[in-house]
Design a protein. Structure first.
Length: 223
């Protein structure tokens, strides 16, 4: 089975590089979640995974103006980092088009492949959704939070940009064919059309099976 995984996922080495160079550090929870998901999928026999990754870097984090497209293969996963100009608005325009054409090309080359997308990354989720519609392919949305709750805003005090972001995110989120939710509450709140879904309440890092914590210190078990 061929899988296209669209998110901001990087390899461990790539994320370490970005983390060390960024003035404001990129968030790690989403990286951990998507990495565990991809590593779990690729361990299945006959599964091939390609990612389209829009790395989480913006102008406030890095002075670098242009990030070129790159391809990296690590542990059976091909990471395709999307090119973009690191400047407000231009960054999202670049990511939208590079993601759209890359996703469309993948769909045309993989007639029976499966698309999985992080719905909270609005720019790439919209681009991937559009590509899937043109190619007439189903797409699975991974929902790890609810837009309004994630924004931490209420209707009376949200600014215009925040409101628009929530509206666009919610509009896009409602148009996926299948879903992966963390809780049943998310399904009730988001899945108004009652499309197929699965609940994955937590992920386990299989590498932790070889880790022992003694007095607050981490030790690797070679047994």
């Amino acid at each position: 089975m061929d899988i296209l995984y669209v998110s901001d996922l990087c390899s461990k080495d790539k994320f370490k590089e970005l983390f060390e160079r960024s003035k404001i550090k990129p968030g790690q929870p989403a990286q951990k979640y998507h990495r565990l998901m991809v590593e779990g999928l690729v361990r299945n026999k006959g599964v091939s995974i390609n990612t389209l990754s829009a790395i989480s870097v913006n102008r406030s984090m890095s002075a670098k103006l242009y990030y070129k497209g790159e391809i990296e293969e690590v542990d059976g996963v091909e990471y395709r980092y999307l090119a973009f100009i690191n400047f407000p608005i231009l960054r999202h325009i670049c990511l939208f088009f590079t993601c759209f054409f890359s996703a469309l090309k993948w769909c045309l080359n993989n007639k029976k492949g499966v698309i999985i997308c992080d719905v909270l990354y609005i720019t790439v989720s919209m681009a991937t959704l559009l590509a899937s519609r043109i190619a007439r392919r189903s797409i699975i949305g991974i929902v790890t939070d609810v837009p309004v709750l994630l924004a931490g805003i209420s209707e009376d005090r949200a600014n215009f940009i925040s409101k628009m972001a929530v509206l666009i995110s919610t509009f896009t989120m409602n148009r996926f064919n299948l879903y992966v939710f963390l809780t049943e509450y998310m399904n009730v709140l988001i899945n108004k059309k009652r499309r197929p879904y699965v609940l994955i309440e937590g992920l386990v890092d299989i590498d932790m099976a070889n880790i022992i914590i003694v007095d607050g210190c981490i030790h690797s078990c070679r047994c």
